[in-house]
Ligand binder design. Structure first.
Ligand code: ADP
Length: 437
């Protein structure tokens, strides 16, 4: 500003001198020209200072009212500021939206500085790794996440694979596994992503267990069959012995067949959409069909001594798939007959409940089931007494099928049992799936 003033004064003096040469040559004219120029210069300077002061803290409310070219400068600057402001607001809104989107992500996101301190983190990362996404900003991540596997991962500096650690919510019996992976970006900065992989690991464990169980269930009867085949091939047997061995082989083959049938039923149940209410099945008809199969089973297993009572109850229809409902009811009846001794009693039927829901029930006077087994009974291949289940032709999949069918029909499977006295299994359907005729 100072320099500009000197320049202007110089210009004014030079201007005055020129005026002097070209005009009448009087000193008064020269002084008049210089005084006028200085006055103009002072006003111009004053305007420039006001504009400069405003430019330091520009705001619409403090707009300086200066005329001449300075007025234009103010006006143009105001427009440029307005435009820049609008752009800044827009990009800030975008940034906030982006952060909100990352905040809503089910995965954890942490931005790390070159020094490994947290520059930004969403809440999920804090939940996964056990730090406070706001309070711990600026902290070094290795001071907050002390898991040895994670520290080793940081030290290794090879981030091509993720590392897995226990999550903050992990408790004995309630695992939580978190996968963490780091990606490098701009100038040594790092992006750290976290993901809760508990469900994936659980599903993988279940899949492995299932394959192991199926293989084991198939291997046992197969081993028996192969053994008998070798015996039949190598030993000269009497006709009676041959018939006996062939009968044992048939039993084992049937066991495998039952297992494969149940596996196929389960995979069909898992792979098809839930049944709607476009088909209605007569409840008494289901009971009659499953009842006659149950009676046949009781004759084989208990020589017809067991008491089986079927109570059809009110005449009603249930919405659903006949084959599935028959399989569920049949499984419950078959269990009651298989686990109840010959002198025992099995009662099964339909009943309408006060809230208009309907249940199929099977009560038996069998050995009952201890309370600690009840929550696990519907797991695949879970058996209270393994040898007893196998002896009576059980696959260990019956109740898993029943539970699936119940859920697909909007219903539930309820189990009550008293060891030594017997059990009651109930298949309950909601009123929307029932039509009382
Ligand atoms: P399984 O083919 O072994 O019978 P399920 O899934 O049908 O398989 O039943 C699981 C286990 O529940 C059985 O192995 C048995 O121990 C127990 N169970 C089922 N029904 C009864 C019952 N009525 N009485 C006693 N125990 C039962």
């Amino acid at each position: 500003m100072m320099r500009r003033s000197f320049e202007l004064i110089g210009a004014v003096l030079a201007g005055g001198a020129v005026t002097l040469l070209w005009s009448d040559g009087s000193v008064w004219s020269f002084l008049g020209a210089v005084a006028g120029s200085l006055a103009w210069l002072a006003v111009d300077n004053w305007r420039a200072r006001r504009v400069l002061a405003w430019l330091r803290e520009p705001s619409a409310s403090t707009l300086p009212a200066v005329g001449s070219i300075w007025g234009d400068v103010v006006d143009r600057s105001r427009r440029v500021f307005k435009l820049l402001n609008r752009k800044a607001r827009k990009s800030n809104a975008r940034l906030q939206e982006l952060l909100a989107a990352i905040q809503a992500s089910p995965d954890g996101v942490v931005l790390l500085s070159k020094e490994g301190t947290i520059e930004w983190s969403n809440l999920m990362a804090g939940e996964h790794l056990g730090f406070d996404a706001k309070r711990d900003l600026g902290q070094r991540i290795r001071n907050l996440v002390r898991d040895p596997a994670f520290i080793a991962y940081l030290n290794r500096r090879d981030f091509s694979q993720p590392v897995e650690i226990d999550g903050r919510k992990a408790r004995p019996g309630h695992p939580q596994r978190i996968a963490i992976q780091i990606f490098s970006y701009a100038k040594g900065r790092r992006l750290l992503l976290t993901r809760d992989i508990t469900a994936i690991e659980l599903a993988e464990t279940m899949r492995r267990d299932f394959v192991a169980n199926v293989s084991h269930e198939i291997r046992s009867p197969l081993t028996v069959i192969v053994g008998f085949i070798e015996t039949l091939q190598t030993l000269p047997l009497h006709e009676r012995e041959r018939a006996h061995f062939l009968d044992l082989m048939r039993q084992q083959a049937q066991r495998m067949q039952a297992l494969v049938d149940d596996l196929l039923t389960l995979s069909r149940l898992e792979g098809s959409p839930d049944p709607d209410d476009s088909q209605w099945v007569a409840a008494d008809d289901l009971l009659a069909e499953a009842g006659s199969q149950a009676q046949a089973l009781a004759n084989v297993l208990h020589g017809g001594q067991q008491t089986i009572e079927l109570r059809p109850g009110p005449t009603l229809d249930v919405a659903g798939v006949r084959g599935e409902l028959l399989s569920a009811i049949g499984n419950l009846l078959s269990n009651a007959i298989r686990y109840t001794p010959a002198q025992g009693r099995v009662e099964a039927g339909w009943r309408l409940l006060p809230d208009d829901s309907v249940e199929f029930y099977v009560s038996d006077t069998g050995p009952g089931i201890a309370a600690e087994h009840l929550p696990r009974l519907t797991e695949r291949f879970y058996r209270v007494d393994r040898s007893r289940s196998r002896e009576s032709g059980g696959t260990g999949l019956g109740l898993a099928i029943v539970k699936h069918v119940a859920q697909r029909h909007g219903g539930q499977l309820l189990i009550e049992s008293t060891p030594g006295l017997g059990s009651t299994f109930r298949l309950r359907f909601p009123p929307a799936r029932v039509l009382v005729r």
